[in-house]
Design a protein around this ligand. Structure first.
Ligand code: PGA
Length: 247
C-alpha cells in the first residue's frame, strides 16, 4: 500500500470577508510543485466566491461543518449538498470547537460524515483530547474512541482523512512533542486498520494544533503524519505557504 497523499488544509474558522480572498489567491499562485494536496476552508459565506476565484488552480475549497439532513426546516443551517453546490470539495467535521461549543457527539459527527459522502464531499474528521484527559493518561483511549464513534462504515472505498487535534494545542501555541504526536498517529492508524482492514492504511492522518512555519517540518515528517489542519497560520498566505513548503 502506498503512503497516503499528504493534505495541508487551512481552517479559517469564523474569519474572512471578500477582502481576504487575496490571501487564497496568493496561496494558489505560489504553492505549485509541492507534494501535498492543498485546501482552504473559509467560512460558508466565502465558499462560492473562493471557489470561483480559485477555479483552475490546484487549491481546493472546503467547508467547516454541515448539517446532516439534505434540506428542511433547520433555520440557519447549511447542508452538505448546499456546500457542494457552492463549490466545496471537502468538509471539516467534528472539530473540537463544534464538539465543545455545539454539543456535537461522536454519533452526530458520524451522521454528518454520511451526509458529506452523500453529497460527494471529502470529510476531514477531527478528534482530540483535552488537557485534563491527557493529564489523566486517557488521551489514547479518548481519541481512539472518538475515531471508532465518529467514522461510519460508509467511509469504505471513499476519500477521507482524520485530523488529530489535541484541544489544548489549538490556538495556544502549545504542541505535543514529536513522540507524543507519533504515538497518537500510530494508535489512530491501528484503529483505522481495525475498522477498515487493509484499506485503513490509505487515508491521511493530519495533525492540527498550533502548526506554524517554524514547527511544520518536524511535525510533517513525523511517523504517520500525513499533513496538517492549520488554523491561525492559514489566514496569511506567507505563513500557510511556509507550512506547505515544509513538507
Ligand atoms: P490552530 O487551529 O492552528 O490555530 O491551533 C487548528 C484548528 O483548530 O484546526
Amino acid at each position: 500500500m502506498t503512503a497516503p497523499t499528504p493534505l495541508i488544509a487551512g481552517n479559517w474558522k469564523m474569519n474572512g470577508t471578500a477582502a481576504s480572498l487575496g490571501e487564497a489567491l496568493a496561496v494558489a499562485a505560489q504553492q505549485g510543485g509541492g507534494r501535498a494536496r492543498v485546501a482552504i476552508c473559509p467560512p460558508a459565506t466565502l465558499i462560492q466566491r473562493m471557489s470561483a476565484a480559485l477555479a483552475g488552480s490546484a487549491v481546493m475549497v472546503g467547508a467547516q461543518d454541515c448539517r446532516a439532513e439534505e434540506a428542511g426546516a433547520f433555520t440557519g443551517d447549511v447542508s452538505a449538498e448546499m456546500l457542494a453546490d457552492a463549490g466545496a470539495k471537502l468538509v471539516i467535521l467534528g472539530h473540537s470547537e463544534r464538539r465543545a461549543g455545539h454539543g456535537e457527539t461522536d454519533a452526530l459527527v458520524a451522521t454528518k460524515v454520511k451526509a458529506a459522502l452523500r453529497a460527494g464531499l471529502e470529510p476531514i474528521i477531527c478528534v482530540g483530547e483535552t488537557l485534563d484527559q491527557r493529564k489523566a493518561g486517557d488521551a489514547l483511549g479518548v481519541v481512539t474512541g472518538q475515531v471508532r464513534g465518529s467514522l461510519p462504515p460508509e467511509l469504505a472505498g471513499k476519500a477521507w482523512s482524520v485530523a488529530y487535534e489535541p484541544v489544548w494545542a489549538i490556538g495556544t501555541g502549545l504542541t505535543p512533542t514529536t513522540s507524543e504526536i507519533e504515538e497518537m498517529h500510530v494508535a489512530i492508524r491501528a484503529t483505522l486498520r481495525d475498522l477498515f482492514g487493509p484499506e485503513g492504511a490509505g487515508p491521511a492522518i493530519l495533525y492540527g494544533g498550533s502548526v506554524k512555519p517554524s514547527n511544520a517540518a518536524e511535525i510533517l515528517h513525523a511517523a504517520e503524519v500525513g499533513g496538517a489542519l492549520v488554523g491561525g497560520a492559514s489566514l496569511k498566505a506567507d505563513d500557510f505557504l511556509g507550512i506547505i513548503r515544509a513538507l
